[in-house]
Design a protein around this ligand. Structure first.
Ligand SMILES: [Zn+2]
Ligand SMILES: [Zn+2]
Length: 392
């Protein structure tokens, strides 16, 4: 019975951590302990660690930590790439080592020994493609192509020059401080890929996320089927009911089956839990980016829009309070002539309600067009068109 409760607690804690990490910043969790856990996981833990290092080793320790942080986060480096390869290689090795002896099994054919390797191979290939492909580096000789592919919207983008590269800055591009270059349709700098995610490799990045999500699901289900096959082949429920006299019902069998699985196949169970958690994380990340792609917005632009909208709101508030002041001054002047109902003034619509702040994203051209722009980036399309018209 104790094992059951440990399992339930383990599951709940894992769920809480995953939800807090993924969704803790959502408005519905504002002010709750989930938001606090999210803050701790994403920022607080590192902050405490820095303070701890400072307290133990003094300013020298803090400086060393900050320079490690600078090297790891602010300079191009392959640390996370190596970690990714270690994780995928290690996980595949553990699965092959622990579970391939049961394939083919009761529910699985032998083909999964090869399809699993193929699936991992495709994953690594997508990783290499995203890592080593050009994200759309803007240079003096191609800047005109990007400027014509991405018009300025006059809201969050206007004509500007990159102060570092000394070339015009096309709309939607950004100078990546880590890679020290301007990147077209800049989304973000991805540490795992040690590359920017921009106009030309967002498609590979999205394929990478989707593929690895499916890969984790594939792994979880396959290991689950290996265990289910073992239960069936070893006739575990039969032995439990006939030899141990346990009731032949799900409720009474389940704890014993779980106990038996944990004792005999703990590596597989751990792998399943790990893959399930990673698949959840990937699903969240893929969903977030898919939503951005389908609305033709970049991660970088979500911050720009946030700034723009809050600035507009403040502007409207200032305008509204100025208008209210003007109205009250003129009201004071005319007060002697016409006594007005205080109630009417109370229920009068606030001038703020009339002023709507809207996000007018001119790059959003509808679901299909947006998707097409991810698969066939506009700058590559125009070059394709140019070479065609040149040859023709
Ligand atoms: Zn630049
Ligand atoms: Zn970069």
């Amino acid at each position: 019975m104790a094992v059951q409760w440990v399992l339930v607690c383990h599951g709940l804690v894992t769920l809480l951590v995953v939800i807090s990490f993924l969704c803790g910043q959502w408005p519905i969790f504002q002010g709750t302990f989930i938001e606090r856990i999210h803050y701790f996981l994403t920022f607080g833990a590192y902050d405490y660690f820095l303070r701890f290092v400072g307290a133990v080793f003094g300013s020298k320790g803090t400086n060393a930590m900050l320079s490690v942080e600078y090297f790891c986060c602010d300079r191009p480096n392959p640390i996370l790439q190596i970690i990714y390869l270690a994780i995928i290689g290690g996980t595949y090795y553990l699965i092959a080592n622990s579970s391939f002896e049961y394939i083919p099994g009761y529910y699985l054919s032998g083909v999964h020994r090869y399809t699993s390797l193929l699936a991992v191979g495709v994953g690594v290939l997508l990783f290499l493609l995203t890592s080593f492909s050009d994200p759309g580096t803007v240079k003096a000789d191609n800047v005109s192509k990007y400027i014509s592919a991405y018009p300025y919207d006059g809201i969050i983008y206007s004509e500007k020059e990159c102060s570092t590269c000394k070339i015009p800055k096309p709309a939607r591009s950004k100078h990546c401080s880590v890679c020290d270059r301007c990147v077209a349709r800049f989304d973000h700098h991805c540490g795992w890929m040690n590359n920017c995610i921009g106009e030309r490799n967002t498609r590979y990045f999205m394929a990478f996320l989707l593929w690895h999500f499916l890969l984790c699901i594939y792994g979880t289900v396959t290991i689950g089927l290996v265990l289910a096959g073992q239960l069936k082949e070893l006739r575990v429920s039969y032995i439990l009911t006939v030899y141990y006299g346990i009731d032949n019902s799900f409720r009474s069998l389940a704890p014993h089956v779980v106990q038996w699985l944990l004792a005999s196949y703990n590596t597989q169970i751990l792998l399943m839990v790990f893959l399930a958690i990673v698949s959840l994380l990937l699903a969240g990340f893929f969903g977030y980016h898919a939503n951005l792609c389908l609305t033709n917005t970049t991660t970088n632009e979500t911050f720009k829009w946030q700034d723009y909208l809050s600035w507009q709101k403040k502007l409207n508030e200032a305008k509204a309070s100025a208008a209210a002041l003007k109205a009250s001054v003129s009201g004071m002047r005319s007060e002697g002539n016409t006594p007005k109902s205080k109630w009417r003034a109370f229920f009068r619509k606030s001038p703020l309600e009339d002023m709507q702040v809207v996000k007018n994203n001119i790059y959003d051209k509808g679901f299909f067009q947006n998707l097409l722009e991810i698969v066939f980036p506009p700058s590559t399309r125009s070059s394709l068109f140019q070479t065609k018209s040149k040859s023709g």
